[in-house]
Design a protein around this ligand. Structure first.
Ligand code: XMP
Length: 517
């Protein structure tokens, strides 16, 4: 396995995902990882990530010196290369000329890392690579033992190599897709130079995790809150494969789910896969608790607390369960471990059953803790979950509760469910569903005038929202075709009695958020 030491680059997770895609297991740890932990981890190779700081400052981070004494290959990327150069006796300076974006790099000589990897050949016979650069500093003197591997106009030392020890530095970013040969370079490093085998495949991951889960829980019973979302669904399928009937899932229908969602969850897990799922119909309790409440944050709290209350009651009946399974995934772990506990983590805590373990004295089993979202999805497919379930858009924990503006009423929820269903159904039919990151309808409890036949009517408004985003932190509204929007709008107004008007949300995030509340 490969160790990635994180110097704070926005691309660090991307490095890890690329390495895993190659089929090699890797973990991200902070750049000041304890030397003893480093030894215990015993990596077959180390990658030093990029980072925002400058090694020329005395207080900026360094790699633990032990990294260079482990006897395994090391690849420094951007800041990682500079730290490596500096720590091994080279020199780094603040370049006047900063390079950001596309650059063409000239490869020198025959290093093991770049041999036969190129996008073009120069007239003089050098290999040329199209790469992505983002740096202010540059190496101006290589440490002893290194030879020049690559250069650009802005960075004469854009790559350095010590083939004997397997130490390499790259000023550019092989992990981003703009570096066209990036995948081959990383693959050369981990497979050929570090000697890792590509064993991290969905099939093997499942086998591995099944063994670990069995060893962890033994003959005990495990409880899981199944929401129908990707993570908890994959946990359910994985645990079912590992421990069969020792798993009990509780699915709380809060009345704020999408069209037929509850039935689908029961069909997939209960009937189809034979998982024991207890469905709790709690619509009345949720609606009663929400009556008269129009503040979004209050609604969120009420829904979250009610979920815990209902789940708790059910769990109380399963006297034997002493484990609680959760769908925590690797980005949650990295984010909560780092100093910058991000927004994503806060969002997660909304719908994870936070607080339960303490109260119920349950131990936690989190089998997806070391997996990225795309790996979770591949695992889900491999475990036989339907494609549509594994690749569906995210859905907030409070569900339609935050998509009905103001007070939540059953009539509103029923109306919204239908409108949302028409929108999603049409997106799928027009092959647009997978082209947007998230799409849904929002219910606006204002009455607007319309005419039907000879009569005037005052009915509600539905807003459609579709966004494109990579990380859900920023998003752009999806430019769906007019004809498509026209078709969806007609269907909604014709088929749903209480809707007289449909609008399309054309706000970006920021300043708007993706959800309306
Ligand atoms: P916003 O609205 O903040 O949403 O732009 C970003 C992403 O987070 C989801 N979201 C939530 N998920 N509980 C959740 O589990 C929540 O309370 C919540 N609020 C927003 C939203 O659907 C989008 O994918």
């Amino acid at each position: 396995r490969i160790l990635i030491l994180d110097f704070g680059s926005q691309y660090t997770q991307l490095i890890a995902r690329r390495i895993r895609e190659i089929g090699v297991y890797c973990e991200i740890h902070p750049c000041d990882m304890d030397p003893e932990d480093l030894r215990v981890f015993s990596p077959m190779g180390v990658i030093l990530s990029g980072g925002p700081e400058t090694v020329t400052a005395e207080t900026s981070p360094r790699a633990p010196q032990q990294v260079f004494e482990l006897g395994v290959p090391v690849l420094g990327i951007c800041y990682g290369m500079q730290a490596m150069a500096f720590q091994m006796g080279g020199r780094v300076e603040n370049a006047e000329h900063h390079e950001y974006g596309y650059a063409q790099v000239r490869a020198h000589g025959h290093t093991r890392l770049l041999k036969d990897i190129e996008d073009h050949t120069s007239p003089e016979g050098y290999g040329l690579l199209d790469v992505w650069m983002s740096h202010g500093d540059r190496v101006i003197e290589m440490p002893p033992g290194f030879k020049l591997m690559a250069s650009t106009a802005g960075a004469p030392m854009a790559g350095m190599a010590d083939d004997e020890r397997g130490f390499y530095g790259l000023q550019f970013h092989p992990e981003v897709t703009h570096t066209r040969q990036g995948g081959r370079i990383l693959s050369r490093f981990v497979l050929d130079i570090c000697g890792c085998e590509a064993l991290w495949t969905p099939g093997n991951i499942i086998e591995d995790h099944i063994e670990t889960i069995r060893a962890q829980v033994g003959d005990d019973e495990v409880l899981l809150g199944l929401s129908g979302g990707v993570d908890s669904s994959v946990v359910a399928a994985l645990l079912h494969r590992a421990i069969g009937d020792q798993l009990t899932c509780v699915f709380v229908d809060n009345g704020l789910l999408r069209h037929h969602e509850g039935d689908q969850v029961m069909a997939t897990f209960g009937e189809h896969m034979g998982v024991r799922v207890i469905r709790v119909d709690a619509e009345d309790r949720f609606l009663k608790a929400l009556k008269g409440v129009d503040d979004p944050e209050k609604k969120r709290k009420i829904i979250g607390n009610m979920f815990i209350e209902v789940f708790d009651e059910e769990a109380g009946r399963l006297t034997n369960a002493n484990w609680l399974a959760q769908g925590t995934i690797y980005p949650d772990v990295i984010e909560s471990a780092g100093s910058k506990t991000g927004k994503a983590h806060l969002i997660k805590s909304h719908h994870n059953v936070g607080g339960l373990p303490d109260k119920m004295k349950l131990k936690l089993v989190e089998p997806l803790r070391d997996l990225f979202k795309d790996e979770v999805r591949k695992l889900g497919t491999e475990l036989g979950l339907p494609f549509d379930m594994v690749y569906r858009h995210p859905f907030p924990g409070p569900g339609l509760g935050v998509r009905i503006l103001g007070e939540v009423k059953k009539e509103y929820a029923d109306t919204l469910r239908l409108a949302d269903h028409i929108f999603i159904d049409e997106l799928r039919k027009h092959d647009l569903y997978d082209k947007v990151s998230q799409a849904f309808a929002v219910f606006l409890p204002v009455r607007s005038v319309g005419v039907t036949g000879d009569g005037r009517r005052y009915d509600y408004v539905v807003a459609l929202r579709a966004v494109e985003t990579i990380d859900f932190m920023t998003a752009r509204w999806a430019h769906l075709p007019y004809e498509f929007l026209d078709h969806v709008s007609r269907r909604i107004i014709n088929e749903i009695p209480r809707i007289s008007r449909v609008t399309y949300d054309i706000s970006g995030k920021p300043p708007a958020t993706i959800e309306w509340e």
